[in-house]
Design a protein around this ligand. Structure first.
Ligand code: ZN
Length: 243
């Protein structure tokens, strides 16, 4: 049996402590519920650790990152508190081949903007409206086991234009009851690393308890963990002239 995938779920972990509504929904934090979902679906094939902004080295030490195959990222109100050095470390590990899954409001995190190179803005509205996620790439491993679409009854709306570079692969497009659409499941490669952005996950709704959302995140972890033993270096190797 192969070694379990080493997953780290990084969370700023602030809303739960300051907003009783969120604390009630996620008493141990959003990251703990995402972990439960991964273990429910993937069992012993994953080893899941939690990391938070208030941990030593902001939860993003070399030791943590060097022992992570796939990093999940949830942040919202504390993006600016993440140290630039920590962002550098995460970026380097992605280029070396660590998978990165950026969730919901992580679209505005320093690491996502760094890896995308664009503004990453979007339209938004908090009205608890219905979202339908359409699968637009049914052969993609991240869509495995889903139907044509699935619905989340109450969500925060994110709408186009989503200021990202064109995804290498698009897996989901969301439709909202208010009329907007959004590219809600997007894949890129950066260096050797696979990056997936997944939209749902507003902290005041029970999104991470939803079975379809859990399936997508579990599929995404497996997709992002693909390993390659070919070398990768951020600097260009010098080649000696022919003799
Ligand atoms: Zn939100």
């Amino acid at each position: 049996m192969s070694n379990p995938l080493r997953i780290t779920i990084w969370h700023e972990y602030r809303h739960e402590k300051s907003n009783p509504e969120v604390g009630k929904l996620y008493p141990q934090g959003i990251h703990a519920v995402i972990r439960d979902g991964l273990i429910e679906r993937l069992g012993a094939s994953v080893e899941v650790k939690l990391a938070a902004l208030d941990d030593a080295d902001q939860g993003l030490s070399d030791d943590v990152l060097n022992n992570t195959d796939v990093l999940l990222w949830w942040g919202h109100k504390a993006h600016d508190e993440v140290a630039d050095e920590a962002v550098e470390r995460v970026q380097r590990r992605v280029l070396e081949g660590m998978g990165l899954i950026v969730l919901h409001s992580g679209h505005y995190s320093k690491i996502f903007k760094r890896l995308m190179g664009t503004g990453c803005g979007l339209r938004w509205r908090e009205a608890g409206e219905t979202e339908r996620l359409w699968v637009v790439n049914p052969g993609h491993p991240i869509a495995d086991g889903l139907g044509d679409s699935f619905e989340l009854e109450h969500t925060e709306m994110y709408g186009e234009l989503f200021d990202i570079p064109a995804p290498d692969e698009l897996v989901f497009i969301s439709w909202f009851a208010g009329g907007e659409v959004f590219r809600s499941g997007c894949c890129w490669t950066r260096g050797k690393g696979r990056v997936f952005y997944f939209r749902p996950g507003h902290e005041t709704y029970p999104i991470y308890y939803d079975p379809n959302v859990r399936r997508v995140i579990a599929n995404a972890v497996q997709w992002a963990a693909i390993k390659s033993s070919s070398p990768y270096s951020m600097v260009s190797p010098k080649i000696d002239p022919p003799q």
